[in-house]
Structure formats: structure tokens, C-alpha cells
Design a protein around this ligand. Structure first.
Ligand SMILES: Nc1ncnc2c1ncn2[C@@H]1O[C@H](COP(=O)(O)OP(=O)(O)OP(=O)(O)O)[C@@H](O)[C@H]1O
Ligand SMILES: [Mg+2]
Length: 637
């Protein structure tokens, strides 16, 4: 049964797209094989489905597979499947035309854009599909027989406006696509696609988890040195994410984790989820048990892998995970995306954003469950990744409450054990309205800083925040559970109860009077360094300390910005004096007796310098400070 060869024209839009392929605006030519394998796999899926729905369909589904064949002499590569196949009409409409909506618009934009990278972005919205073969081929042949039909169809084209179509007999069910390869030209990314290793590499990279076997006959030298051929399956087919969790055992998950993460240790937690409805996807995510060395390196790897219907699309898909969860590993398989989607397009895709939102919520709720059900694991998680997770407190306002729930912080209550904010709140003293914290470079520095004295004396717990990121999020977050987060190194502190205040007031009043002139004088002497000198209610043993106004930038933050090369104005802070300390009372007496004397000015300088040193700050003129101090000491001997 042969009706002769008919020559037909491609639909106008198809012709234009072909033009683009032939003149290869797309630099990665390897993807042609990915496209053919993906079509073959779709065809096998469709046949399996149809044979389940239509029991009458007379087809053999016992060995559904994809076969890749090469002819090195003819320089051809064939991808064959025994799937659903196409009728003559199917071939004409499916291969000869492009039915996708928006094609004309896309093509117009492509023609208008002169610049290559803009074209790449545009084409990234669009599946290149079957036509990708024309990037590597002078001529493409397709032979197909639709399952359940008797006759087959042969289609052929050089990609230049027309194709031929004819009926053929004795065609196996399914489709074979034979690509007559252009000469190799590795400078144009046109490799030798008849080489076993190249095919294997492309299949492994893009199609490893395709659920059907992808087979190829490969040459091998056997033990006797004789050349033999052997059919090998190139892909592992293990798309664990597509199987129900109940059917996957723990060991398989762990092996898969090691495969995607290149980690040697087992993961801490496995998250397997599925999204149904308008946008279908499967996600298999892992929380690793230790942080990678480059967790805080700008160039570190981040994000999960993206697949589209089991075809690998890209590594480190940052559109699917926010930066603060960059340590999460795994894959997301989205069903309804183009294989050719670009990173830029993904970032803007509304549905991808919706997926990301769900993934983030799931990761965070997993951590929350881990806190109560596996506290040990949670502790490991927090030690390894807490610093990164806290970055989320800065920008991810949508999940801020959950993030605050899963955050653990050091506190003065215990040297080693961390506390959650909720636990802190539970321990708050009667009448305590604020959550107290102090930031600084180390625990020792914070604990020994003069700011801590009154809090320690009165038994208030203070959060000890030593990560650089703490400085930033704590300002941004501002409160937990309706309770303000308050730095003990900022603003006025008053830990006295109403009762205590009443009894202490007359004494305070007296102190204010007594110290008034000294404070004014000190303020003038130190006007370069501080904006105010006042009496303190946070000191019990130190003579002085330096505090910021409630909204001032902390010195550590100032230092951080400078280290990052940003020019920030230096913030003048406030010097607070302990009115009961002998040095302070002594200074007052001396000032009242002697007035504005050089030696007193030096004492003022020393007082300020000591307060700076006590909080771990740096002196502006250490040599001068030491000289004055040495002079004073000498006089005491
Ligand atoms: N091996 C095949 N077996 C059966 N039908 C096929 C085969 N290859 C292609 N087709 C048909 O041709 C159509 C066009 O293929 P093409 O790869 O260009 O686009 P697509 O697969 O629909 O989308 P994508 O852009 O995601 O590849 C397919 O939708 C399918 O119906
Ligand atoms: Mg396709």
C-alpha cells in the first residue's frame, strides 16, 4: 500500500521556527537528543494509558522502551520507541504545524530582537521540541505507525520549508526518528553525536530518571580481546519522586540523596510531596545533616534540581528555594513547563512562585515538627543551618512567625543550651514586658559587658546574640508574640518595679542635682566622642558604660558595613555613669574643688576609654590612652 510521495509545505509559523533552528540561535545543541527521548517517553506513557483505558486495543505493551541506534558510516542517529505512534493525519498536524498558542507573537519578537542573548531568553519560554533536531541535522526522517492501525507513515524534511510524506508498509508500532547529522564542528557546539560516550553523557545528564529503559548497543572488547556488541540500558530509571512514599524504602532515599547532593552522610530529614490541580509537580527534598563548606560563600551552590516530567532541566534552580534555604537538596519535577525554560523566565513564573511558596512552608513545618518529635535532630539542624535560616527573618515576612518559632538562641540562662523565644517568654519575670537581648562579637564580651550588670543583679535573662546576621534581623523583626525585643545596650533601662521606683525617687532626684554640673562639663569635654553624658541605672560595679539610642546602629553593625566597604556615618553614643562608683563620686568631688583642670580632662578621657574597652570596642587613640594610664599608675607607686 503506497500512495506515492507527497510534498507539502510547513505552516508559516513552523517554517519560521525551523529557520531559527537551522540557523541555530540556540547554543546548546545537545538538547536535541533530550527532546527526542522526551517525546519517545511521552509516547510510551500515552500507549500505556490508552491500553489501560481501551482493553480492546491490540498492542503489545510487554517491553516498552526507547532505543538509540547509530550508524557511524552514514552518520545517522535514530531514536526509536514502541509507543503510541502517529497516524498520517497526526504527522501532518503534529509535526507539520505548531499548535502552541502565542507562537506567532514569540516569533515576531524573535525576529525583532537582534541580540543573541535576548533571543535565548525568548526561546526559553518556548519548547523547541522536535524541531531541535534541525540544529544538528541536514535531514530528518520520521517513520511511525499508530497503535492499533495497520499502515505506517514516512515523513522527511531538510527543514527548509517543505516536507514529504508517504504511506509505508511493514512498520513496527511506534515512532523512529532518524537524524542525518551535519559534519562535526565542536567550535559551534556540534559534537560527534554518533559517539557512544557522547550519547551516554547526554542521556545520563538529561534523561537518567525517565521511567522507560533507554537502550543502546555498545561495542565492547571481551576477555579474549574480541569485539562484541552488547545492549545496555543507559538510564537508571529511578525517579523516586514519582513513586508513592510507601513504596520507597529508606535505603533508596538515602542512595538517591547521595546522588543528588554529592554528600557522603545520610540526610537528616526527607520531604516527599506532590502538588495536584492546575499545576502538577512532585518534590523530593532533603535536609542534609551537615552544612557544606561553602554555605556562606557567595558562589556556593544553591537550590534544588529542576526536572520536567523526569527530564533534567537544571541544577541549582534558585527560583524554587529562597536563599536562606539554599542548603536544601533534592529535585522538583514540574509537569507543565517547557523543557527549554530559562532561569530568567522561571524567576517570573507565577506558578513556579506558588510551588516555591509551598515548598518553603513544607520545609519550615518539617523543622517545626522535628523540634518536638526529634529534638536531637533539630539541634543538629540548628547548629548546622541556624545561621542561614536566620537570614530568612530579614526578608521572608510571610513566614516570619514560623521562622521565629523554629529559631533557637543563646541566652544568659545557660552556657551551652539554647532557648526558643517561646521558652524565654515562659520564663519572663512578673511585670517584665520586653524580651532583652544584647548583640556582640562573642559570648564572653557580652556577658562581661557593663550593660549586663543590672540585668544580672536583678536576675533577668538576656539573649546572647553573636552571629553577624543577628544584628540585622533583630532590628527588622522588632517583637515576638507582641513583646518588644529590646537591646540592653540601647535606650534607658529601668528594671525597678513601681514600688522600688517610688522609694528610690528621692535619692535619684538628689543624684541628679549633685551630678548636674559634672555631667554638663563632661559632655563638653567629650563632645567629639559622645552625644550625651548621663547617670545610669544599669550599672552596679562598673564606673561607666556606653549605650546607644533606641534606633541607633550598633557598633558591630557599623563595623560590618565598613568591612563590606560601605560608607556609614559613625554614630555618636551616650556615656552613662554609675553614680555610686568611687571613681565617679571622686571625680565629682575633684571637679567641684578644682574646676576645669587638665588632669580632670584626662580622667574624663580615661573614663570614656574604659567604657569603650569594657564593651569590646576600640579606642580611637590607644597610644594616648596608655600614656595617660601609665602616668597615673606611676603616681600610685
Ligand atoms: N515519538 C513520538 N511518538 C508519538 N508522537 C510524537 C513523537 N514525537 C513527537 N510526537 C508528537 O508530536 C508533537 C510535537 O512534538 P514536540 O516535541 O515538538 O512538542 P511537544 O512534545 O508537544 O512539546 P515540547 O515542547 O515539550 O517538546 C508531540 O506533542 C506529539 O504529539
Ligand atoms: Mg517534545
Amino acid at each position: 500500500m503506497s500512495n506515492g510521495v507527497e510534498t507539502r509545505e510547513f505552516q508559516a509559523e513552523a517554517r519560521q521556527l525551523l529557520q531559527l533552528m537551522v540557523h541555530s540561535i540556540y547554543s546548546n545543541k545537545d538538547v536535541f537528543l533530550r527532546e527526542l527521548v522526551s517525546n519517545a517517553s511521552d509516547a510510551l506513557d500515552k500507549l500505556r494509558l490508552e491500553s489501560m483505558v481501551d482493553k480492546e486495543l491490540d498492542v503489545d505493551t510487554s517491553d516498552l522502551h526507547v532505543a538509540i541506534e547509530v550508524d557511524k558510516e552514514q552518520r545517522t542517529l535514530t531514536v526509536r520507541d514502541n509507543g503510541i505512534g502517529m497516524s498520517r493525519d497526526d504527522v501532518v498536524t503534529l509535526i507539520g504545524t505548531i499548535a502552541k498558542s502565542g507562537t506567532a507573537e514569540l516569533l515576531r519578537k524573535l525576529r525583532e530582537s537582534q541580540d543573541a542573548s535576548a533571543s535565548q531568553d525568548l526561546i526559553g519560554q518556548f519548547g523547541v521540541g522536535f524541531y531541535a533536531t534541525f540544529m544538528v541535522a541536514d535531514r530528518v526522517e520520521l517513520v511511525s505507525r499508530r497503535a492499533g492501525e495497520a499502515g505506517g507513515t514516512r515523513w522527511e524534511s531538510t527543514g527548509e520549508g517543505t516536507y514529504t510524506i508517504e504511506a509505508v508498509d511493514d512498520v513496527p508500532q511506534g515512532t523512529s526518528v532518524t537524524v542525518h547529522l551535519k559534519p562535526e564542528d565542536s567550535e559551534d557546539n556540534l559534537f560527534d553525536y554518533t559517539a557512544d560516550w557522547k550519547i551516554r553523557e547526554i542521556v545520563k545528564r538529561y534523561s537518567d530518571f525517565i521511567a522507560w529503559p533507554i537502550r543502546m548497543a555498545v561495542e565492547r572488547t571481551d576477555a579474549e580481546g574480541e569485539a562484541t556488541t552488547e545492549v545496555q540500558t543507559l538510564n537508571s530509571m529511578k525517579a523516586l519522586w514519582a513513586r508513592p512514599r510507601s513504596e520507597v524504602d529508606e535505603a533508596e532515599y538515602q542512595e538517591f540523596y547521595k546522588h543528588v547532593s554529592h554528600d557522603w552522610a545520610d540526610p537528616l530529614e526527607i520531604i516527599h510531596m506532590r502538588g495536584e490541580g492546575t499545576f502538577e509537580y512532585e518534590a523530593l527534598l532533603f535536609l542534609p545533616s551537615h552544612a557544606p563548606f561553602d554555605l556562606f560563600a557567595r558562589e556556593g551552590r544553591r537550590g534544588v534540581q529542576l526536572y520536567v516530567k523526569r527530564v533534567f532541566i537544571m541544577d541549582d534552580c534558585e527560583a524554587l528555594m529562597p536563599d536562606y534555604l539554599r542548603f536544601v537538596k533534592g529535585v522538583v519535577d514540574a509537569h507543565d513547563l517547557s523543557l527549554n525554560i530559562s532561569r530568567e523566565i522561571l524567576q517570573q513564573d507565577r506558578q513556579i512562585r506558588a510551588v516555591r511558596r509551598r515548598l518553603v512552608k513544607k520545609v519550615l513545618s518539617t523543622v517545626r515538627t522535628m523540634m518536638t518529635e526529634h529534638p536531637d535532630r533539630y539541634r543538629t539542624f540548628w547548629t548546622e543551618f541556624g545561621r542561614a535560616v536566620k537570614e530568612g527573618l530579614i526578608d521572608d515576612t510571610e513566614n516570619r512567625d514560623t521562622l521565629l518559632e523554629i529559631t533557637s538562641l543563646a541566652s544568659t540562662r545557660d552556657e551551652t543550651e539554647l532557648t526558643t523565644l517561646a521558652q524565654y517568654v515562659e520564663r519572663m519575670k512578673d511585670g517584665q514586658a520586653d524580651i532583652y537581648y544584647m548583640t556582640g562579637e562573642s559570648r564572653a564580651m557580652i556577658e562581661n559587658s557593663p550593660h549586663m550588670e543590672a540585668f544580672r543583679a536583678k536576675g533577668y535573662e538576656v539573649l546572647v546574640l553573636t552571629d553577624p546576621v543577628d544584628e540585622v534581623w533583630i532590628e527588622r523583626v522588632g517583637e515576638f508574640d507582641g513583646r518588644p525585643l529590646r537591646s540592653i545596650a540601647k535606650g534607658q533601662v529601668d528594671l525597678d518595679t513601681e514600688e522600688e521606683k517610688k522609694t528610690a525617687e528621692p535619692e535619684r532626684e538628689q543624684q541628679r542635682k549633685d551630678f548636674e554640673s559634672l555631667l554638663t562639663w563632661l559632655g563638653e569635654q567629650l563632645s567629639e566622642q559622645v552625644k550625651e553624658v548621663r547617670l545610669s541605672s544599669r550599672l552596679t560595679t562598673s564606673p561607666a558604660c556606653i549605650v546607644g539610642d533606641a534606633y541607633d546602629m550598633t557598633p558591630t553593625l557599623e563595623k560590618m558595613y565598613r568591612a563590606m566597604g560601605q560608607d556609614v556615618p559613625s554614630v555618636k553614643r551616650i556615656l552613662e555613669l554609675n553614680p555610686t562608683h568611687p571613681l565617679v563620686t571622686g571625680l565629682r568631688t575633684a571637679y567641684e574643688q578644682d574646676g576645669d583642670k587638665e588632669v580632670l580632662t584626662e580622667t574624663a578621657e580615661l573614663l570614656h576609654g574604659m567604657a569603650l574597652l569594657a564593651e569590646g570596642g576600640e579606642l580611637s587613640d590607644p597610644a594616648r590612652f596608655t600614656r595617660i594610664l601609665a602616668d597615673r599608675l606611676a603616681r600610685t607607686l
